[in-house]
Design a protein around this ligand. Structure first.
Ligand SMILES: [Zn+2]
Length: 446
């Protein structure tokens, strides 16, 4: 597919009483040189080819209160605190966008370039590889600016609607790790929430979500994984449309089965998963959808997720000479924290955002690699048919286990914590703290 320049815009006439104005845009972030690939630890993977372009996409919504809210989706593995700060500061300065009205979601794509300090403990780069990362990061910052500006500039009367479909691609991946993992539950959320933005009969943008890691592929090509293929499918079906993928609570789900070591077959499978998801979205669009009422009430807050005690300094120093690769980098990082901060931090700041569109839709945006229990829990609490829960907003932070997942142990929430630079797993208060913050914000936006 040929890259399309930023500023895919639409202008169209609707009666003046339309409650919404909407603008969509996309910006091509396909690297123009070989870059280190993100998402998997181990040996550095340098990209060798482009399977299809990758994108930033933005939807700006101006409601009848005059407030503008912007959702940006990205075929990236995640953002870091530093990246979120650069992007949101720029959006505030240039467009007056308050923080609570800018949601930054990433698809958690594992076939994209490394940016800035995202998952920095995973990688050990040569100076040339680090320079390629830095050049790419700079470009991504510029593209975030451009895509937000283009979406806001494109605001024009529109109608919004919401409904959900289903797609059977996600499998709870904790069950796929050998016989001992079979004791884990197989919870998944296969809902496909969809928001359409229309001008008359013309579909101008579609935002769709799914709870599943974008890890069908792990080769050396740049692509958007199954989510990229799904977006391409939808933009083929609806040529004037910007199709935006939101990663929901896919922390413990993979697209399965997967093929490793045979790139052609793996790509065909990823493309098929994308087609399945796109078909689910097409079916939602073809059926009756519920109009979304204006305005969006938006709120943002932060909770502190406490961490269990870390490894004592003596022990770190004793063990580090026997380590190599990522475990060595992790231990050295904790030793540095003891030396510079007194000790590794005892908590992680955890932002939560809520957008509420009357009683039609409660959009809950969580931070980091949230497991499926959060999606199921908040939909049970606020309505299965009018609640959209997504993780993978803001800083990639860490896996965010529910109490169940934390108690079960395993990678998501226990053994995976060091990789994110955190001294230990969260305490058992993790789910309660997030739930209380979501409850406060949902209440404040009613
Ligand atoms: Zn992940």
């Amino acid at each position: 597919m040929k890259p399309v320049a930023v500023g895919l815009w639409f202008a169209f006439a609707l009666p003046a009483m339309s409650a919404w104005q909407a603008g969509a845009a996309r910006a091509d972030i396909t690297p123009t040189e070989s870059v280190p690939l993100a998402g998997y630890g181990g040996k550095t993977r340098m990209s060798e080819r482009v399977e299809h372009p990758i994108w930033l996409k933005a939807l700006a919504l101006k409601d009848d209160s005059g407030a503008i809210s912007v959702l940006v989706t990205a075929d990236l593995v995640g953002l870091s605190d530093k990246m979120v700060s650069v992007i949101t500061t720029s959006a505030r300065e240039k467009h007056g966008l308050p923080r609570e009205r800018l949601i930054l979601n990433t698809s958690h794509n594992h076939s994209c370039p490394v940016t800035e300090d995202v998952l920095w403990l995973y990688y050990e780069f040569t100076p040339e590889e680090a320079a390629a990362r830095d050049r790419y990061t700079q470009r991504v910052y510029e593209k975030y600016d451009e895509v937000i500006a283009a979406a806001v500039a494109n605001l024009a009367p529109a109608e919004l609607a919401f409904e959900q479909g289903l797609a059977g691609v996600a499998v709870n991946r904790r069950r796929s790790r050998g016989p001992e993992s079979r004791a884990f539950g197989g919870q998944v959320d296969q809902d496909v929430p969809v928001i359409t933005v229309k001008a008359g009969d013309d579909l101008k943008a579609v935002v769709f979500g799914y709870s599943c890691h974008t890890t069908a592929l792990g080769g050396l090509s740049i692509n958007g994984d199954y989510a990229g293929f799904a977006q391409i499918e939808l933009e083929k079906s609806f040529p004037s449309c910007v199709a935006m993928f939101v990663q929901n609570c896919g922390g413990d789900a993979n697209p399965l089965p997967r093929i490793r070591g045979k790139d052609l077959e793996a790509t065909e499978l990823a493309s098929m998963y994308g087609k399945v998801l796109a078909e689910a979205v097409r079916q939602v669009i073809a059926a009756r959808m519920k109009p979304l009422s204006s305005p969006i009430r938006a709120a943002m807050g932060e909770t502190k997720l406490q961490l269990q005690p870390g490894i004592p300094l003596d022990e770190l120093k004793q063990r580090v000479p026997n380590l190599s690769g990522m475990p060595k980098r992790e231990f050295e990082h904790f030793i540095r924290q003891y030396e510079t901060l007194g000790s590794p931090p005892d908590h992680v700041n955890y932002p939560v955002q809520v957008w509420q569109s009357g009683s039609d839709l409660t959009f809950i945006a969580l931070t980091g690699e949230t497991v499926v229990d959060y999606s199921l829990k908040f939909k049970a609490a606020y309505g299965w048919n009018n609640t959209w829960v997504c993780g993978y907003n803001n800083d990639l932070t860490s896996y965010v286990p529910s109490l169940r997942v934390l108690k079960e142990g395993g990678y998501e929430g226990v053994t995976g914590m060091f990789e994110y630079g955190h001294r230990a797993p969260y305490t058992e208060a993790v789910e309660k703290l997030i739930t209380t913050k979501v409850e406060d914000l949902v209440k404040s936006t009613k």
